[in-house]
Design a protein around this ligand. Structure first.
Ligand code: COA
Length: 282
């Protein structure tokens, strides 16, 4: 296939088996279900050659102001021919005026820089079998349906983005824990199936101590030996704590942003993201 024939088409459920082959080739841990989740929340594009999926990308919109770009993969045999750039240009066109965010691998970094993305921080991927099960903190409980509005508001204030589509999905396909203080919801955390086991995230809270309580609670609901993953930010100050007690570092990525004509929603500097939903979704 020549670079001149970059004919991208909308990703449909029938492309997901082929997309899964690509993510396995890139040594990413995604399962078919993880691709389905992203397709449900996103607009996807694929390059198909003789019935085989050769490249993928998703644009995941969060309201009208922000989007993430994710699952940017070109088959090894076709790299360096401009396909990655073509995928990105199409995804950016789908993003319209939105601010775009992504987590870059070292492979993707040069491409994203050339397209105007700037580095905003480091993501640390902590994972492994749970060595010991912590006790459940008394102040964290499972969320109820009635908590939805407060969870959405907390998330919006931390991310400057309306992620109601993601959080509603997580409420059905994962389990959400909440932390209240004097009746007010001050943090939430999610656990769901992903990749080799389960992922803990998003974790949104005011401070590191509350984030640890939420994570400890979620860990406490699992058995020793369960494979867990947390993608945290380097400035969250959680990676050493996770490494010491449970989950070792297995690499990470570089968080990047590209401004759009629309700005992210106003955020609250007292509320922070301690763990990502995933590297794809931020
Ligand atoms: C990242 C990836 C999608 C790039 O796809 P690609 O089709 O090879 O990229 P392109 O050929 O369109 O290259 C785009 C630009 O980036 C540059 N580039 C790409 N890879 C590069 C590298 N490793 N080092 C330096 N520059 C690089 C190219 O020179 C090109 O610049 P130009 O337009 O000025 O010539 C591909 O390497 C890949 O699938 N990697 C594995 C999965 C992955 O890590 N994806 C990124 C997830 S964030």
């Amino acid at each position: 296939m020549q670079a001149a024939v970059i004919d991208l088409q909308a990703m449909e459920p029938q492309h997901l088996e082929g997309a899964l082959m690509l993510s396995r080739q890139a040594k990413w841990p995604h399962r078919l279900e993880d691709w389905h989740m992203l397709l449900t929340l996103s607009r996807g594009l694929v390059l198909v050659d003789v019935g085989r999926v050769m490249a993928t990308i998703f644009l995941t919109p969060f309201g009208e102001d922000v989007a993430t770009i994710n699952m940017v993969i070109v088959d090894e045999s076709l790299r360096g021919r401009g396909i990655g750039k073509a995928l990105m240009q199409e995804a950016l066109a789908l993003a319209g005026d939105r601010e775009c965010r992504l987590v870059a691998t070292t492979d993707g970094l040069p491409l994203y820089r050339k397209l105007g993305f700037v580095e905003t921080g480091n993501i640390l991927q902590q994972q492994g079998p749970l060595s010991t099960v912590p006790p459940a903190p008394a102040d964290v409980i499972w969320a109820q349906d009635a908590d939805r509005a407060e969870i959405l508001a907390l998330d919006r204030h931390a991310l400057g983005a309306d992620r109601c589509n993601l959080i509603d999905y997580l409420a059905v396909h994962g389990r959400i824990a909440v932390l209240r203080r004097h009746g007010e919801l001050v943090g939430y955390g999610v656990i769901r199936d992903f990749g080799r086991g389960e992922v803990v995230g998003p974790v949104i809270a005011h401070d590191n101590e509350d984030a640890r309580s939420l994570i400890s609670f979620l860990f406490s609901t699992r058995q020793a030996g369960s494979f867990l993953r947390v993608d945290t930010t380097s400035d969250a100050g959680l990676a050493d704590w996770l490494s010491t007690h449970w989950l070792v570092n297995a690499g990470g990525g570089i968080a990047m942003t590209r401004a759009g004509k629309r700005s992210a929603l106003p955020s609250d500097p007292t509320i922070h993201r301690f763990a990502l939903a995933s590297q794809a979704l931020g």
